[in-house]
Every structure is written in C-alpha cells, then in structure tokens.
Write a protein that binds this ligand. Sequence first.
Ligand code: BV8
Length: 246
Amino acid sequence: MRDQGGNAGSIVVLTGAGISKESGLDTFRCEGGIWSKVSLEDVATPSGFSRNPALVHAFYNARREKLADPQIVPNAAHAALARLEQEWPGEVMLVTQNIDDLHERAGSRNLLHMHGELAKVRCGRCETVICWRDELGLDDACPACGAVGRLRPHVVWFGEMPLEMERIYQALDRCQLFMSIGTSGHVYPAAGFVSHVRTYTRAHTVELNLEPSTGASLFEETVYGPATEVVPVYINALLRGGQLPD
Ligand code: BV8
C-alpha cells in the first residue's frame, strides 16, 4: 500500500525481549524467565531501589556483565530489521522495550529505547546520563557533578514514565504498518500501541512472536515461530514486494 503521496509508507516496529532470546538473553515472563528468579518489585521499581540499592545494582551488574559476553551477539532478526531500515524507501522507526544494545550492534539507527539502556547510568542529583559498561555501585561518583552513590541504571522502572513517548506516538500516528516482535503484550503503554494504531490510523498491524501474545486478537495478521526464522522471511517479502500490506 502506498500513502496518498505515492510514498512507500512508514513503518513502526516494536520489539521486546523475545527478539534477543536467540542471542542468549533471557526473557521476563517465559518459563525460567527473569521475573521467575527475582521479584520485579525488588529490582525494577523506584521503591525497590530506595529500599535496597545494592540488590538493584547487583541485578543490573549481572545483566551488564552478561551483555558484555562475546557470545552475546545480534541475531538474524536484529539484522533483518537493520536491513529493513536501510532498504525500505519510507521511514522505519524501531521502538524497543529492550535495554540491550543488540539492535544498534546490528546496524539499526532510527531506534528509540523506551525503557532505557543497560549500558547507560543516570545521576540522581544532576540527571546527567553517562555511558557505563562496568559494574555500578554505591561508591561510584558521578563524572559530571561528583556526587557519590547517586548513580542509578538509566532504565525505566515500573511506575516511571517511559522515554520518548511523544516521538513514539507521532510515529504511530503516521505509520502505515505496525509490527510487534517478541513481546508478550503485558507491559503498558507499549502493549497499548496496537490499539492506538487501530483506533487512530488505517495501518496494517502484524504480530511476529513465538506464541500468541496477550494482545494477539488485536492484530490483523499474526505469524508465529522463532524470531530468527519468521522475521527475516517477513521482511524479505516486504522488501521484495516493495508494498505494504493493505
Ligand atoms: C508507566 C525495566 C505511567 C527495564 C521494565 C496501563 C497504562 C499505563 C501503565 C500501566 C497500565 N497498566 C499497568 C500499568 C503500569 C505498568 C504495567 O504495565 N504493569 C504491567 C505489569 C501490568 N507500566 C509501567 O509502570 C510503565 N510506566 O506506565 O508510567 C506514568 C504516568 C505518569 C507519570 C509517571 C508514570 C513502565 C513500564 C516499564 C517497566 N520496566 N523493565 C529492565 O529491567 O529491562 S518492563 C519489562 O517488561 C522489560 O523492560 C520488558 O521490555 C517489558 C516487556 O516484556 P517483554 O519484552 O514483552 O518480555 P516478556 O518476557 O514478557 O515476553 C517475551 C515474549 O517473547 C513472549 O511473548 C515470548 O513468547 C516471546 N519469545 C520468546 N522467545 C522467542 C519469542 N519470540 C520470538 N522468538 C523467540 N525466540
């Protein structure tokens, strides 16, 4: 489908932890997932951080260390999304719930991390955001203002406002295709994007996931299977056809 101007049409892609699963990173709600090992209230809420900052630092230090493992690399699904952005003649906006950097490392550039980034920390005093790939602890000082023990992961916890929401809704409002990949559809506002698109646009909506998400019935099209299989096939067909589905 081309928009009124005969343009190729713009695409918004939402990804979740499932797209990084085959790269070796855990998901949250699958069997054996992150939330089956630790309580999200303890490690992914502001109250958990103020109650026990050392526990939260240990949780994110372990995930930062895992992400630094040379075995953890982008997979074919990440690569296919980077290719879509490079080769699709219209805009491709990638919105990820993930805090890993696998999309960047695969080559995606028009990318928004709505839940923050594991490789960044933020100062609770001066709000400066700093790249940080090492361990973070209560003895560390902010490189910008010098405050000690005030650094926290630059990650959006439950009850905190996700990042870049205005840019995300602007992209959703002008898209002709909305793709949701590797997410269970549990966490809002991301889980509400498909309803927003269905309500305010005529965009085609497709879910590509290992199994039906909570919001599966809201998608016009659904494709199930491992991301490294179904995502490249779907994107190759899009690029070959040069048209968005009606
Ligand atoms: C906010 C921290 C408001 C980073 C995370 C209605 C409206 C608005 C808010 C709410 C609402 N109802 C409830 C809320 C509150 C809450 C919420 O949604 N709670 C849920 C649990 C009900 N939302 C919030 O608090 C959000 N903030 O709304 O603020 C506000 C307003 C004004 C002022 C201030 C605030 C903040 C949400 C962000 C929380 N942070 N994580 C981190 O540590 O990573 S969320 C956490 O879940 C992760 O970030 C993750 O990204 C996110 C979503 O999970 P998924 O990515 O979907 O992962 P999951 O394991 O669930 O699923 C994986 C899927 O992959 C599965 O479907 C599986 O089948 C599939 N899969 C597995 N393997 C493969 C695969 N697919 C393909 N291939 C494979 N190989």
